[in-house]
Design a binder for this molecule. Structure first.
Ligand code: IMP
Length: 198
């Protein structure tokens, strides 16, 4: 099956193909393609799922293919869930600015109150707008007091997954994919496609 991934980012495409292959799904019949050049949805949703549906719906309409989209972010309990859906746009500038802003906001918060979760929503939508499947998964952890590690992206250098003492930027990519919010959600999407014979 040819499935449109609702992004123009080839890195994300590679990552999802790698996760699918690593987790024993038979993905030989699955061809993932990037969204068309005109793909430029406004992420106006108040929730991760709303944004995933907005993105998948636009990609499906433009491509004429069933499309899958993800929307993800970091929710920090001491900040009432912020930065949440605004994770990518939390600070003006790059990912490093976002991490610095978060560490500054949490500077007086003690370790036990620095709990957080990475969240990933995914939606599978047909060209006629029908939502075939939707899922949201989280990966719980806490926010460290300084940056550690160089793998990954975004908030990885300050996120310490529950049960570990290293940050997600110190984890090998395969280990992260095995337990991450995105890995969990994508495996459920693949399983739903299999069960629906898509
Ligand atoms: P999206 O592309 O709109 O889903 O935005 C996701 C944003 O959330 C990214 O730009 C990161 O800031 C953050 N984020 C989501 N997943 C991860 C992750 O696995 N590691 C680090 N940051 C993440």
């Amino acid at each position: 099956m040819k499935l449109c991934l609702a992004t123009k980012n080839p890195g994300k495409l590679k990552e999802l193909i790698k996760i699918a292959e690593e987790f024993g799904r038979d993905v030989s019949g699955l061809e993932l393609v990037l969204a068309p050049a005109e793909f430029n949805p406004e992420e106006t949703g108040k929730t991760f799922l709303e944004n995933a549906i907005i993105k998948a719906t636009e990609a499906a309409k433009l491509s004429g293919l069933t499309a899958v989209a993800d929307d993800s972010g970091l929710c920090v309990d001491a900040l009432d869930g912020r930065p949440g859906v605004l994770s990518a746009r939390y600070a003006e500038g790059d990912d490093a600015k976002g991490r610095a802003k978060l560490l500054a906001e949490l500077k007086d918060i003690p370790t036990e109150k620095r709990t957080a979760a990475f969240v990933c929503a995914m939606a599978l939508v047909e060209p006629n707008g029908n939502i075939v499947f939707q899922v949201q998964k989280d990966w719980k952890g806490s926010i460290g007091v300084s940056e550690r590690g160089t793998n990954g992206f975004g908030y990885d250098p300050i996120f310490i997954p529950d049960g570990l003492t290293i940050t997600s930027a110190e984890m090998p990519t395969d280990d992260k994919n095995r337990i991450s919010h995105r890995g969990q959600a994508w495996r459920e999407v693949l399983a739903s496609m299999e069960s629906k014979n898509l």
